[in-house]
Write a protein that binds this ligand. Structure first.
Ligand code: FAD
Length: 317
């Protein structure tokens, strides 16, 4: 079922969902199931599965560093299909511009449709570590908006190379990313919001936000989005802080601010177990306020670990 349909059918009740990251190459899917199992009691109508683009890894060879191009976390679609059928839950594969040609994207979407996957998140992806700016693959998309257009074309039965007539057209519900504290490359929040509106105009059905730790940022973002005519659901993405290093990593990678009060609480901790508790308490407080504000879904970034998400969900749902 489409995410928008899940939201419509919930009759104003806030839903629980979460995002998982495929395990690194060589791991077994059982590990993933062990992390999903404890969260199923909260009845998520959907689970997102991220996609990692190819990357360069450096391996030492005869005292020299050898650069290899590889995909460290393969299998998003396979994982989506496995989870969907094991738990009878909708799964949302993240589809990236980066690292994919338009043809490869089409093959992926055709496979999604074949497997009964009704929702996809359309994302640009980040620049590779050696690149300053994002570069699309040859014959790939530069912006998520263009990917949304390709998916919408498929929904109309339009393939890239019109050699077959689709008997059973796809009808994907499309999610896109939104940034309450603006995307790191955007010159201003207002410009970024205009770009978000373009994605919605191209056919995006809902938005999932980047993580934020101050709900005010989300409320203001939704208000500003509504003011420029973005009417689709805007789902807040929540990540509990789990290690002290997050104080440096999260602002650096995602260009988000952490509230002073949270920083002080984390700095007081002498172990990462204590940091995790602070992260859980903060996320519970955030979730309670968002729930009271009637958000459609509370969407959690699990980062492959479910124990803290379980504690939060137990306090909220
Ligand atoms: P876009 O919407 O294309 O925007 C990228 C930048 O370009 C923005 O600054 C925007 O303002 C600007 N822009 C857009 N259109 C134009 C235009 N026409 N002219 C000039 N500028 C323009 N990354 C992964 O690799 N894998 C994942 O699974 C993944 N999942 C994510 C899930 C969520 C909920 C979120 C919020 C992010 C996720 N990301 C993921 C990260 C995302 O890929 C990066 O943040 C990426 O840098 C931007 O992706 P986007 O889809 O927002 O890009």
């Amino acid at each position: 079922m489409k995410i928008t349909e899940h939201i419509r059918k919930s009759d104003g009740k806030t839903l629980f969902s979460f995002e998982i990251i495929p395990p690194k190459k060589g791991k077994n899917i059982k590990e993933l199931y062990n992390n999903i199992d404890p969260l199923m009691e909260f009845k998520p109508p959907f689970i997102d599965v991220t996609t990692s683009r190819e990357e360069f890894v450096y391996v030492e060879k005869a005292g020299l560093l050898d650069r290899k191009l590889t995909r460290m976390r393969p299998g998003t679609l396979g994982i989506c299909a496995a989870i969907k059928h094991k738990y009878e839950v909708d799964t949302v594969p993240h589809v990236l511009c980066g690292g994919f040609t338009k043809e490869e994207t089409e093959y992926l979407l055709v496979d999604c449709h074949y497997l009964g996957i009704d929702n996809v998140m359309a994302l640009r992806g980040d620049a590779m570590s050696h690149q300053k700016y994002f570069e699309p693959s040859k014959n790939g998309h530069l912006y998520a908006k263009d990917l949304v257009t390709q998916i919408q074309n498929l929904n109309k039965g339009k393939y890239l190379h019109d050699v077959i007539e689709a008997e059973n057209k796809a009808d994907f519900c499309i999610g896109v990313a939104g940034y309450p504290e603006k995307h790191l490359e955007a010159p201003s929040l207002q410009t970024d919001l205009k770009r978000l509106k373009e994605k919605v105009k191209a056919g995006a059905d809902y938005v999932v936000t980047q993580m934020f730790f101050d709900n005010k940022k989300y409320f203001e973002f939704v208000k500003a989005a509504r003011a420029i005519g973005i009417t689709v659901p805007i789902i807040p993405g929540i990540k509990p802080i789990a290690v002290k290093r997050h104080l440096q990593i999260l602002p650096q990678v995602f260009r988000i601010d952490l509230p002073e009060e949270l920083i002080l609480e984390v700095e007081k901790c002498s172990t990462n177990a204590a940091v995790r508790e602070v992260g859980v308490s903060w996320a519970i407080a955030q979730s309670k306020e968002l729930l009271a504000a009637g958000v459609p879904v509370l969407h959690y970034y699990s980062m492959g670990k479910s124990s803290n998400i379980k504690k939060i969900a137990s306090a909220i749902f």
